[in-house]
Ligand binder design. Structure first.
Ligand code: F6R
Length: 614
């Protein structure tokens, strides 16, 4: 949700900035812009639309070769995505250029105050208020860092700010509250960015900024203080992946590449987390076992695809641990006065680790004395930092806006947590845990097997390219898989799609079934007799009403054959593990359909990868 980069060093700043923006375009693509300082003056270029528009503008009207620059790619909140509303914003005295990620909640009052002082605003944005405030402070004689601290003290809401002052061509100053910012530490050059992907080409040494901190960056120094100017602690870390992981490697879309990375992503998530005897070791879970034994309720809190991963996990966690487990949409959580006590364990799932709704939910949970475990894919992000413990998913960078490997690895990590809780609490026999762990460890080649057999799904996308609506049915853990299949179609193929629990169909949704409507059905393994047979009946019900059925069932399941217009076979796994194989064809179906429709799969309209505003 907005990508930010700043650079100071010997390279040509505009080139570094534009390259960084391209790598962060998944965060927002409504408009883009950059600012440099040339001969004591700010130079700005900004354009509505994708970074390609900005690049064309730079070709047409080049910027000077400078050694300092800041750039921004926007996901609009306040003000439409126009050239004028694009960042950077400049103070009236033309000294400050500012980029911002987040929402300044009290901007209207501040704007009125500034207008009363004779300041004229150019844009409709909340960001310009901060640019003008900085301009006023430096005009009074404050240096840029002092000005930033003063201004941050006046702002309410969520913000990452990066500013340059035309009188100081050697330094940029940034600040953060509730929105992400990392510093990239190079040799004789330094970076700030929303995401390490922006500077991974140049350095893998990074510093994660804490809450309410200001950082001053020159080519040779990085100085971090709190908003009062006191030196502040920093969290240096090394990025464990490299540039190639952040590039498409020959695929047409990041999403497709990430779908194909899933066997490795799941294997890496499981790696090193169990002993040869099959027992689990979650060394990173720094919560005393006695506390884990006293847990009497688990609440999983997440958004979107991560929420669906949580819905899958609930079945397994309750089954293995016998602890009641609720799953809650993070944006609803704290507004309904949830019942949380010191013995509640809150588990958050977040690929990015920056989702504002999830962050606010965990803050609320911790205020109520719950222990919070984050399951996260992004090292050093805000959500894991503010949690009591973290289990990282090790999926590598997920850049396609539609989450794929994020989902599978979240399910795998939740399963590790569920089994670990069962182990600590003695809720399962050791050999049972070892058996499930072995089965879990065996899933990556089975996911690969699914990937190797996706041709029928691709053909199906060609057949359905003009359909107006698609339904997905599942039961038990197949229900969240159905929801996820529908979400993928909505977000990248802009197609009406719904996921339903198959048994709920006759209570209303079956009225949607008409001649030719495609209905995907996830069939539980045959071992679960009752559930399997009931879903087979549900397939017959919709087929009798004219639906075109696409049936996903395990290999050897002959019972479904007569009712499947198209049959996609899944490898044999137990019911609880089926989402790890059954979700993959649905991801690919959405990717194919969106590609055929000519949509931008990696950057679907109105969306952003990391949703850092509530
Ligand atoms: C859907 C999707 C979103 C995210 C959601 C949570 O494909 O990507 O629904 O799953 O915004 O994001 P994280 O996991 O980063 O908290």
């Amino acid at each position: 949700m907005c990508g930010i980069i700043g650079y100071v060093g010997p390279r040509v700043a505009r080139e570094v900035v534009v390259a960084g923006l391209r790598r962060m375009e998944y965060r927002g693509y409504d408009s883009a812009g950059l600012a440099v300082i040339d001969a004591g003056e700010l130079q700005i270029r900004k354009k509505a639309g994708k970074i390609a528009n900005l690049a064309a503008e730079l070709d047409h009207d080049p910027l000077a070769d400078t050694r300092i620059g800041i750039g921004h790619t926007r996901w609009a909140t306040h003000g439409r995505p126009t050239d004028v509303n694009a960042h950077p914003h400049v103070s009236q005295n033309h000294r400050i250029a500012l980029i911002h990620n987040g929402i300044i909640e009290n901007f209207a009052a501040l704007r009125l105050e500034l207008e009363a002082q004779g300041i004229t605003f150019e844009s409709e944005t909340d960001t310009e208020t901060a640019a003008q405030l900085l301009g006023v402070e430096v005009a009074k004689g404050a240096d840029l860092a002092e000005a930033m601290r003063t201004v941050c003290g006046r702002l309410e809401g969520a913000f990452t700010l990066v500013a340059i002052d035309s009188t100081e061509p050697e330094r940029l100053v940034a600040a953060r509250r509730n929105s992400p910012l990392v510093v990239g530490v190079g040799e004789g050059e330094n970076f700030v960015a929303s995401d390490v992907a922006a500077f991974i080409e140049f350095t893998r040494s990074a510093i994660e900024l804490g809450q309410d901190q200001v950082v001053e960056v020159t080519r040779d120094s990085v100085t971090v203080t709190d908003f009062d100017g006191n030196p502040a602690p920093t969290h240096p870390f090394e990025v464990t992946w490299d540039l190639s992981a952040a590039e498409k490697a020959g695929y047409d879309w990041f999403m497709r590449k990430e779908i194909y990375e899933q066997p490795k992503a799941v294997a890496d998530t499981l790696l090193g987390r169990f002993n040869p005897d099959g027992s689990l070791k979650l060394d990173e879970l720094h919560i005393p076992e006695a506390e884990l034994r006293s847990v009497d309720k688990i609440i999983i809190v997440a958004c979107g695809t991560a929420y669906y991963a949580g819905l899958v996990a609930k079945y397994a966690i309750e089954h293995w641990t016998r602890i009641a487990c609720e799953v809650e949409i993070a944006s609803e959580f704290r507004y309904r006065d949830p019942i949380i006590t010191g013995t509640t364990l809150v588990v958050t799932l977040s690929q990015s680790g920056e989702t504002a709704d999830t962050l606010m939910a965990i803050r609320h949970a911790r205020e109520q004395h719950a222990k919070v475990i984050a399951i996260c894919n992004t090292n050093g992000a805000t959500i894991p930092r503010e949690s009591d413990a973290v289990i990282y998913t090790h999926a590598g960078p997920e850049i396609g806006v539609a989450s794929t490997k994020g989902f599978l690895t979240q399910v795998a990590a939740c399963y590790l947590l569920g089994l670990y809780l069962a182990q600590v609490r003695g809720a399962m026999f050791d050999d049972e845990i070892a058996r499930v762990m072995r089965e879990l460890a065996d899933t990556p080649p089975l996911i690969q097997q699914v990937l190797d057999g996706l041709d029928p799904i691709k053909a199906l996308a060609r057949r359905f390219v003009d359909k107006q609506s698609v339904l997905f049915l599942g039961r038990h853990v197949g229900y969240p898989v159905a929801l996820e299949g529908a979400l993928k179609l909505k977000e990248i193929a802009y197609l009406h799609a719904e996921g339903f629990p198959a048994g709920e169909l006759k209570h209303g949704p079956i009225a949607l079934v008409e001649e030719g409507i495609p209905i995907f059905v996830i069939v539980p393994p045959q071992g679960r007799d009752q559930l399997h047979d009931k879903v087979v009946s549900n397939i017959q019900e919709v087929r009798a009403r004219g639906a075109f059925t696409v049936v996903l069932a395990e290999e050897g399941d002959d019972e479904v054959v007569p009712y499947a217009d198209v049959l996609f076979t899944l490898p044999r796994v137990s019911t609880l593990l089926q989402p790890l194989v059954a979700t993959v064809p649905l991801q690919m179906f959405a990717c194919e359909l969106a590609t055929l429709k000519g949509y931008d799969v990696d950057q679907p309209r109105n969306l952003a990868k990391s949703v850092t505003v509530e």
